[in-house]
Ligand binder design. Structure first.
Ligand code: IPD
Ligand code: CA
Length: 285
């Protein structure tokens, strides 16, 4: 077998490990959440929170994956890492600002990519014990039950999450918020982009938009949305695994309107395909 070509059973083995490790990291994170004291965080930058549990969770996940698959690449939010043909992208806690302030809306997000194609993605919210999971071509589930995106077609009934960060100018975000509101949508923000995507996949939300996200925040969730019948943008064609890019994931019935409001194109096919290692920076501002 040529380098970089895994059999389905190799992917399945990794998916099984992912299920185990995401739940054990979730238990570790929940334990840290229960102990988190007021002000028990430091800042990596403006509105960018860090707790001890972020690093502990990433170390735990990295250790388990590297022990089982030492030749795989690992790219995590806290420790970075190497992007290889086979690579895991890991957010040890997404929604750290919520976590640090005692709000139980955070998760662990893990994706596995081979030659630029996401093979599976998992998002686990330990506070609700909810695991969203998708394997390429096999549909999406929440705690093992098949999920699908909402059937919404009207903006005056739509609820859309818009995430933002200091990485893109406020004026650009305000323009997108205004365009979505003008179409009649309710616009929300809950502070975990990964859970925002999971909620599109299971129909709790109609779309998630953010003008720049890092791959650990969105690659797993975008596969889960696509496998649940939603429409996504071609994330790594617009940006890259290393530097991130714009994110749009939507129920099919409103996807073109969301794309127009956010000025983010939709992917043509269903596959979440990427050209990794290009390192190209996204031009969305
Ligand atoms: C952030 C959250 C937030 C999103 C940001 C992310 P973090 O990740 O997902 O909702 O808007 O783009 O950086 O800092 O909680 O891991
Ligand atoms: Ca994150």
């Amino acid at each position: 077998m040529a380098l970089g070509e895994s059999s389905r059973s190799d992917v399945k083995e990794r998916a099984e490990l992912c299920h185990v490790v995401i739940r054990s990291a979730g238990a570790l994170a929940l334990e840290g959440f229960r102990r988190v004291a007021k002000g028990g965080f430091t800042m990596k930058g403006p509105q960018d929170f860090l707790t001890e549990t972020d690093a502990a969770s990433e170390d735990h996940i990295r250790g388990a994956i590297m022990a089982a698959f030492p030749d795989d690449g690992f790219f995590g939010e806290e420790g970075g890492g190497e992007i290889r043909d086979r690579v895991w992208v890991v957010d040890p806690i997404d929604g750290t600002a919520n976590f640090a302030r005692g709000i139980p809306h955070f998760c662990i997000s893990i994706g596995y990519i081979e030659n630029g194609i996401t093979q599976f993605g998992a998002i686990y919210n330990p506070a609700l014990d909810e695991l969203h999971f998708a394997m390429l071509g096999q549909g999406a589930t929440r705690n093992g039950i098949t999920i699908s995106t909402a059937a919404t077609t009207r903006f005056d009934m739509a609820s859309i999450e818009l995430g933002w960060s200091t990485r893109i100018p406020n004026s650009t975000y305000l323009g997108v918020a205004e365009a979505l509101l003008t179409k009649g949508a309710n616009v929300r923000r809950s502070g975990s982009g990964a859970l925002g995507l999971a909620y599109v996949a299971d129909g709790r939300s109609d779309a998630y938009v953010e003008l720049h996200m890092n791959s650990w925040d969105c690659v797993p969730g975008m596969l889960i949305v696509a496998e649940a019948g939603g429409v996504v943008c071609p994330f790594t064609k617009l940006g890259s695994l290393r530097h991130g890019g714009p994110v749009l994931a939507s129920a099919a019935g409103i996807a073109s309107g969301v794309s127009e409001a956010a000025n983010i194109p939709l992917a043509l096919g269903k596959a979440v395909v990427s050209s990794i290692n290009t390192g190209a920076r996204t031009q969305v501002a």
